[in-house]
Design a binder for this molecule. Structure first.
Ligand SMILES: [Zn+2]
Length: 134
């Protein structure tokens, strides 16, 4: 077979995520033995998965991770985005959650500091004297 599109390509994400029924799973598995297009795609998805998995392991707390995954899975799937985009979107959401989480911590730290009249917003000099205890 010499083709650029394969109907099985769309199923590879579900195949990797074990979201397929056993019958479909076997179909994809058998198909993969003979389709180079799908084999390449699978390799690419696995590569991205490895990267995202490592990233999540280091940066994302498991609770947030689960919430992101369940939110993303409940969204209607847009097939036209392509196979890999779905994973990149997952990744971007994870990244922006971390960023807003971090910003939230910084902001609340600043609020707390302001309540103690340390005037952090006045710049380095005030900040310096704060640490010097003046
Ligand atoms: Zn194929």
């Amino acid at each position: 077979m010499n083709q650029k599109e394969c109907k099985y390509l769309k199923k590879l994400n579900s195949y990797i995520d074990s979201e397929l029924k056993e019958v479909d799973f076997e179909k994809v598995r058998n198909h993969l033995k003979s389709c180079h297009l799908c084999q390449n795609e699978l390799r690419e998805i696995n590569r991205i998965n490895d990267f995202l998995f490592n990233y999540k392991e280091e940066e994302v707390n498991e609770y947030i991770n689960q919430r992101i995954l369940s939110t993303v899975k409940s969204l209607p799937e847009k097939r036209t985005w392509g196979l890999l985009t779905r994973r990149v979107v997952n990744f971007s959401i994870a990244a922006s959650v971390i960023i807003s989480f971090t910003v939230g911590i910084i902001l609340s730290n600043n609020l707390f500091a302001n309540n103690n009249e340390t005037n952090i917003e006045f710049g380095q000099e005030s900040l310096y004297s704060f640490f010097e205890g003046e």
